[in-house]
Design a protein around this ligand. Structure first.
Ligand SMILES: O=C(CO)[C@H](O)[C@H](O)COP(=O)(O)O
Length: 224
């Protein structure tokens, strides 16, 4: 099965967890895209929910599909969030931020009671780290911040957009992509990165996912 179909299968399964009256966090990326589409379909069929997005891209998509949107000022908690990931281990430790939305994704995830990750089987790894860790940093002095990250043992580069300019996140920050190789102790590395002055947040999502829905190439769905 092709990658798009697998993304659809995982997304469709995740949307089954959403019930009337819930506040739902909307992820970012090409897999979360399908979850937003399926949610819109269920809303047309009568499902009543309010949603909060992890990026302007997902916010705009959701609004264009008629999904009712809310914000943190008007809610206490988020019942379910459905998001993609760049890598997951079988014990649900994640790398996220390939779409540069990791900061809002982590804020939404931290406010969520039941955090669902949807992936195809290619994202499941034994050890995290083949995918470079995206790190959101403030623009001021980012070269110095990048050197500190490098001193932790990474090869680093500031992320560029399609026009070759430094990519700016929704929060007007930059992303440093840091290659640490395969990571032995993700929790420790997460702390070490976030202790660097100038770092806002990093793409290691440790002990956050409640379930990971994996779509396999043969069309079966596995829930981790
Ligand atoms: O973390 C993310 C965006 O910041 C995405 O969830 C992650 O990059 C996966 O994206 P896709 O589903 O397109 O592979």
């Amino acid at each position: 099965m092709d990658a798009t179909v697998l993304k659809q299968l995982a997304a469709e399964k995740a949307v089954e967890y959403v019930k009337n009256g819930m506040v739902v966090g909307l992820g970012t990326g090409s897999t979360a895209y399908w979850a937003i589409q399926f949610l819109a379909k269920r809303i047309q069929q009568g499902l009543s929910i309010q949603c909060i997005a992890t990026s302007t891209q997902s916010d705009e998509l959701a609004r264009s599909l008629g999904i009712p949107m809310t914000n943190f000022a008007d809610i206490q908690t988020i019942d379910i969030t459905i998001d993609g990931a760049d890598e997951t281990t079988s014990d649900k430790q994640l790398i996220k931020g390939g779409g540069a939305a990791l900061l809002r994704e982590k804020i939404v995830a931290a406010a969520t009671k039941f955090y669902i990750i949807i992936v195809d089987e290619n994202k499941v790894v034994e050890k995290l780290g083949k995918f470079k860790i995206p790190i959101e940093v403030v623009p001021f002095g980012y070269e110095a911040t990048m050197r500190k990250i490098q001193q932790l043992g990474a090869n680093v580069a500031v992320r560029l957009n399609k026009a070759g300019k430094i990519l700016e996140t929704d929060n007007h920050n930059f992303i440093i992509d840091a290659d640490f190789g395969l990571i032995e102790h993700p929790q420790k590395l997460h702390q070490q990165i976030n202790e660097i002055v100038g770092v806002v947040e990093n793409g290691l999502f440790i002990n956050m996912a409640n379930i990971v829905i994996v779509a396999h190439a043969n069309g079966t769905i596995e829930v981790l």
